[in-house]
Every structure is written in C-alpha cells, then in structure tokens.
Design a protein around this ligand. Structure first.
Ligand SMILES: [Zn+2]
Length: 311
C-alpha cells in the first residue's frame, strides 16, 4: 500500500517538476492598481525561503512560512490552517525536488486560481543523493533537495523569487531587481569572509546525521565520510553504526554533525564510542539562536565547524 502510494506520488512529482513550475505556467495578470499598495501575500514552505523572499520583496511582501524551522523538513505534517493560508496567498515558494512531498496535495485542495507557484530548484545543478540513487520511486529520487545550503544555489533561488514578484507586481520591478542585486552582493561578502576563516583548517572530514550537507560541504570544502541516517525517520542498522564507528577511528574524524530538528541519541553514542565531538548545525534558519536569517545561519554553521576542527 505504502509502496504503491509512493510510486504514484513519485510520478506526480516528476510530472509537476517537468511541467508544473510556476515559471513556465501561463502568465498571471498583475494586481489591479487599487490593490497595488497592499503587500503581496507570499507563502514559503520553509523559513529559508521566507527569508529570501523578504530580502527581495522587503516592505512589498507579507511572508509566512508553513514550517517553523523546528520540524524536520522531511517529516512535516500539514496543519488544517495550511490550506487556508494557501487559499489566501498570491505566491507560494517551494524548493521542489520532492522535498515538500506534502505540499502538492495542499495546493491542489486549496484550488486558488490566483496562486503563482515558484519552484526555486529549477536550473540548480542537483547532486545525487547517494543513499537513494537509482530509486526513482523514492520521493527524493530526483536528487539531494538541500540545495539552499550552498550560497551559490541560493543566488539562483533568489532570481526565481524576483521573477515571481515581478510577474505579480511589475510596477515595482526596479526595486525588486535592486534588492536582488544588493542581496547577492551581501551573499558574496559572507562567502568571502567564510573562505578566509576556513583556510587554516587541515582536517575537514565529518560525519553527518542526515544527508543534508552535500552542497554545503562541496562549497566550503568539508569532506562527508558518511551519514548516520539514510532517511529521516528510519533507524540505521547496527552494522551501519559499527562501520561508522570503525571509520571515525581509522580516518581520525573529529566531528559528527547533528541538527536541532533530529534526535541527538545516535550521534551521542557514536561520539562516546570514538571520542569524536557532536556539533549541532541547523539546515533551517531560526532553529538556533543566531541563525535567524539565511546568511546568519550559513555563517553560524561554518563557524561551528571551524571552531570544532581547528587545531
Ligand atoms: Zn533534510
């Protein structure tokens, strides 16, 4: 039963990924001038998207996120009010790539003809998710959906958001483009600052709790040697854990990355067995103090690893 449902969902998501993007949809009429001063109601699936929309839209948008940032992005259960929020929104911004498996049904049931759906992963070079490669039936079989953890990808995502806002509110096109340019410049500065901090690190090998960090690791030069959970919500086997323990010891891996959204039990056990240290990073802004925006979150996550890995 579950397998069958997953297959149907996979096909549905694949179809939507190919043909259902907000950007290739027929043009949606711009708002009428009487309502032009009202902020545009935008709904984001994740707080990271909320932050990016706010950077481009500023006072022209009223953005809410369906997830608060404290839930895992994989196991979120929609609230009854989510459908009302979609009915009330003008634009919905999502990652895609099968991450928000729950959102397609919500959009369909909300049946809001004015809703512009922006899929921010379109055009982003996608990394294969090692744990589920070759499984097209899997919701994440399209590739690793954690694209936002590389600021270079975030820049592309921001461009999709800007295009969406201009489509709805062309009057303020100049302002959106200006805000976008400013934000991309800010991201560049953040990256440059972090690259300087990363330079002295020798050993950049880590183990992650769930496979969220491949884009982040590639951008900042960390080497992920393994993950505890191949899928959030499933328990790894005893053999997998003992293999990881062996690897941590022989490869001299000093850091195990966990997240505030996940149960810390297994990372703690691995740390006790090996002497490695658990470092809590968040893939979603707002889950830890000092990670309220996307930029501050990326800085926080890199800083934590720099502090844990420096000699
Ligand atoms: Zn994830």
């Amino acid at each position: 039963m579950m397998v069958h449902e997953k297959t149907t969902l996979g096909i549905l998501l694949l179809t939507m990924g190919l043909f259902g993007s907000g950007l290739s949809a027929p043009p949606i009429p711009a708002i009428d001038s009487a309502a032009a001063d009202e902020p545009i109601k935008v709904l984001a699936t994740l707080p990271v998207l909320k932050d990016l929309v706010q950077e481009v839209g500023r006072d022209r948008v009223a953005v809410t996120s369906l997830l608060s940032g404290l839930e895992s992005e994989h196991t979120y259960t929609p609230k009854p009010t989510d459908i009302l929020a979609i009915q009330d929104a003008r634009m919905l911004v999502r990652i895609g790539l099968g991450l928000e498996v729950w959102v397609d049904a919500l959009i369909k049931n909300a049946d809001n003809p004015r809703l512009l759906v922006i899929t921010t992963s379109i055009g982003v070079p996608v990394l294969k998710n090692q744990d589920i490669a070759g499984r097209p039936d899997h919701p994440l079989g399209m590739g690793d959906p954690h694209i936002w953890l590389d600021p270079e990808n975030a820049k592309l995502m921001v461009r999709h958001i800007t295009e969406g806002l201009i489509k709805i509110d062309p009057t303020h096109k100049k302002a959106y483009l200006r805000n976008q340019a400013q934000y991309i410049q800010d991201l560049d500065q953040t990256q440059q600052r972090l690259m300087v901090k990363l330079k002295p690190l020798q050993n950049k090998k880590i183990i992650t709790h769930h496979a969220a960090w491949s884009y982040f690791a590639r951008r900042f030069g960390f080497v992920i040697r393994g993950s505890i959970a191949s899928q959030v919500g499933t328990e790894p086997s005893a053999k997998h854990l003992s293999d990881l323990i062996q690897m941590i010891k022989t490869d001299k891996i000093r850091v195990i990355v966990s997240e505030p959204q996940l149960n810390p039990k297994l990372p703690q056990i691995l740390a006790q067995e090996t002497g490695a240290r658990v470092v809590i990073l968040t893939p979603i802004p707002g889950a830890l103090p000092g990670t309220e925006t996307y930029r501050s979150m990326i800085e926080y996550d890199v800083d934590q690893l720099v502090n844990a890995l420096k000699d």
